[in-house]
Design a protein around this ligand. Structure first.
Ligand code: NAD
Ligand code: ZN
Length: 356
């Protein structure tokens, strides 16, 4: 019997310019005056024409998520859930719509889970720990690359670890891929998030857990990333790459870069895409030709990565980063095989961090 998961995908998808205007076709209809939707919207869009196109009503619960400050945490998800339940007299919403990057979409997924499952979101960080289906949910990316729109993961920072809720119930019921929503993303952010996709594809293609189906998605997404970041590929291609990269991860895994980047995010607060770029740049040993290509992309887009980022950290912080990395057992097994602990020793991890 194969170890691969049952391949669940987002069942409904709207693709194309201005497709956000058709959101009403994807949300369950309100039948009772008490029915409402929850919108989790990246606060960068607070006064934008994205919000004015949503037909928000007074009944809806709107949360502007401060994604630019830091990545989402379990306590934030728990706090938003409490506020929703208090304001709405414990009546649950009929749909949750997450609009933004991976951060805001992951918050939407996690809230959907905790509204139907007891206790803190931290209880569900791990693989297949969610007993009850969540609330209906829709994802609308406004920056491309994370693949959160397609994946079964909601990544959250906990007290001492960054970890995903990985469940079929943390997967969107519908998504909207509208390239007009990503056109104003600043160059650096576009690059960092886009490279998250590129790195997902490299790690999944180079890993041991991949199957032919995931390879199909990942290799197409990788081609599209190269067209976008080394040639003249457009935003439709970038959105498609992000989505396909996310789908591929459902049946494969990330690898060494993600394992190391979680440590950087934990101790230095670096954004996911940015942390991945810093880590990937020192991983020639594992992903040689892809690192070369990545450096060409950096050059073409005039992106300069910092050096010596771990210099200021004390040994306690570095040890926490090593521990965080060693917890990423699945990605490291995927990248290096069952004997990964003999290859990626704590010393080796420290050496890699020292080069960043
Ligand atoms: P993000 O959501 O963290 O946002 C990054 C920045 O881009 C923020 O400052 C945000 O305000 C800004 N932004 C978003 N849309 C914008 C727009 N249209 N114009 C201008 N600025 C805009 O970015 P991301 O790279 O999409 O996601 C990273 C997050 O996703 C991390 O928390 C990471 O852990 C998570 N992640 C999740 C998965 C998954 O499968 N669930 C996969 C990879 C990463
Ligand atoms: Zn990633």
């Amino acid at each position: 019997m194969s170890n691969f998961r049952i391949f669940k995908q987002v069942p409904r998808l709207l693709f194309g310019e201005n497709s956000i205007n058709r959101l009403a076709e994807l949300v369950p209809a309100k039948k009772d005056p008490k029915d409402y939707y929850v919108f989790i919207i990246d606060d960068v869009h607070k006064d934008s024409n994205i919000v004015s196109r949503l037909n928000l009503t007074n009944a809806d619960f709107i949360e502007y998520f401060p994604a630019s400050k830091k990545e989402p945490a379990t306590y934030q998800v728990d706090e938003i859930k409490e506020r929703i339940m208090k304001e709405k007299g414990n009546q649950k919403p009929i749909s949750i719509i997450g609009i933004g990057g991976g951060s805001s979409m992951d918050v939407a997924k996690a809230i959907s889970v905790v509204l139907c499952n007891e206790g803190s979101s931290s209880l569900y960080q791990g693989w297949d720990l969610v007993p009850n289906p969540g609330i209906h949910k829709i994802g609308i990316p406004t920056v491309a690359g994370s693949g959160a729109e397609a994946s079964r993961t909601a990544v959250l920072m906990g007290k001492d670890r960054k970890f995903g809720i990985n469940s079929d119930f943390s997967m969107f019921d519908a998504i909207i891929l509208d390239r007009t929503l990503i056109k104003n993303v600043p160059t650096n952010q576009r690059f960092h998030s886009g490279m998250d996709c590129y790195i997902h594809c490299v790690e999944s293609l180079q890993g041991t857990m991949i199957n032919e189906l995931a390879r199909g998605y990942a290799s197409k997404a990788l081609d599209l990333c190269e067209l976008v970041f080394l040639a003249d590929g457009d935003d439709d291609m970038l959105m498609t790459a992000s989505y396909l990269g996310g789908v591929s991860i459902v049946n494969s895994e990330v690898g060494v870069c993600h394992a190391l980047s979680y440590g950087l995010s934990l101790e230095l607060g670096y954004r996911h895409g940015y942390a991945n770029c810093i880590a990937f740049d020192v991983l020639e040993e594992y992903y040689g030709p892809y690192v070369e290509k990545f450096r060409k992309m950096l050059k073409k887009h005039n992106i300069v990565l910092p050096k010596g980022v771990t210099k200021s950290l004390d040994s306690a912080a570095l040890n926490r980063m090593v521990e965080m990395t060693l917890r990423m057992e699945r990605p490291l097994t995927n990248a290096l095989g069952e004997n990964w602990k003999q290859i990626l020793t704590p010393d080796k991890i420290l050496q890699l961090y020292a080069r960043m």
